[in-house]
Design a protein around this ligand. Structure first.
Ligand code: FAD
Length: 312
């Protein structure tokens, strides 16, 4: 068995493993896809100390750092399908993998991340990172002075639109429902901005492009059935972030109503010896630097647990 098993190989999981390894703890990482969301990210300009990098390059750098630590055992392409918590404090937790293997560890750090909910319309996948974006904090500055749409009029969509309106030339907010679903203060703020247009009861039907980049989108007026085209350079999809926690349902681990793993300020879950970090948790703001910080906290908490708890 491992002393610490990290499930997930994104920024959160890798940061955890680097910290536990440096305490001399025998650490396993089981990751479906090493690097996580970084694999889908082009430019990264908000990681302090690194003026500019790209997701796949950062994944490579993290991989080399992991490989340089003798006490980390990386299992890539390992998909966790079930958690069986220890039946007593200090006992071994078990993680079943899709391939049938069972990994055991006294302490677990769960860092399985999240995925953006996608629209599922033609053109969206084709133009991902070529005008279709999901993270306003990350990609907003790439659209300076340009025309963008934000799809989704909930809190995240309206926050994104307010944020983008200060950077881009023009923002069109497109909401499927008959009204925006964000908090009133946010809606009021949005309505006060001169370069924002709001379309409600509007269904996005397609993203169009010239082969290289997005040049527009199609939307349908749900009341009249009329189809419209909108010329623009960017589309921000803000219809939800889904945590990768389906495999934890029925394990007894506490999840929030958004299915995020509930953690405290130390990265502790409701189960002794099980910690969590990054986008799969209730931590506010889903960012690389946030996930890395959370990973280091969860690792130090796991160390603290191991030195204070008798093996049982
Ligand atoms: P993830 O990166 O999601 O990693 C999760 C890990 O868990 C992966 O290894 C995954 O394969 C694995 N996993 C999932 N389920 C299982 C399972 N059942 N069993 C085993 N392993 C599993 N943030 C920034 O700070 N700056 C940016 O510029 C930026 N740009 C972004 C651009 C895009 C397109 C996207 C999608 C995100 C961007 N983000 C950016 C957000 C950032 O990528 C995330 O906040 C960060 O990756 C979260 O790290 P994480 O380790 O919590 O999760």
């Amino acid at each position: 068995p491992f002393e610490v098993l990290v499930v997930g190989g994104g920024p959160g999981g890798v940061s955890s493993a680097i910290y536990t390894a440096r305490k001399g703890i025998r650490t396993g990482i089981a990751a479906e896809r090493f690097g996580g969301q970084l694999n889908d990210t082009l430019g990264i300009e908000n990681l302090p100390g690194t003026e500019y990098t790209e997701g796949p390059k950062l994944t490579g750098d993290l991989g080399r750092q992991v490989a340089s630590q003798d006490s980390i055992d990386l299992m890539n392409l390992a998909v966790a399908s079930k958690l069986i918590p220890a039946d007593r404090p200090g006992g071994l937790h078990k993680v079943e993998l899709e391939n049938g293997a069972v990994l055991k560890a006294r302490s677990l750090i769960l860092s399985t991340g999240a995925r953006w909910r996608s629209l599922g319309v033609p053109g969206e996948q084709e133009y991902r990172n070529k005008g279709v974006a999901y993270c306003p904090h990350c990609d907003g500055p790439l659209f300076k002075g340009k025309r963008v749409a934000v799809i989704g009029g909930g809190n995240s969509g309206v926050e994104a639109a307010i944020d983008l309106a200060g950077i881009v030339g023009h923002v069109t907010v497109i909401e499927f429902d008959t009204q925006l679903r964000a908090d009133k203060v946010l809606v009021d703020k949005l309505r006060s901005l001169p370069n924002v247009e709001i379309l409600v009861n509007a269904q996005t039907t397609k993203v169009t492009g010239d082969g290289d980049r997005v040049n527009g989108l199609g939307w349908k007026d749900r009341a009249s059935g009329d189809e419209h085209d909108l010329a623009l350079e960017g589309v921000f999809v803000q219809i939800g972030l889904v945590p990768n926690t389906e495999w934890l349902e029925d394990s007894g681990l506490e999840l929030s109503k958004h299915r995020e793993i509930v953690i405290d300020a130390h990265g502790k879950t409701n189960m002794p010896g099980i910690f969590a970090a990054g986008d799969c948790t209730t931590v506010p703001y889903k960012q690389i630097v946030v996930a890395m910080g959370a990973g280091s906290k969860a690792a130090l908490s796991a160390f603290d647990y191991l030195i204070r708890t008798e093996a049982a």
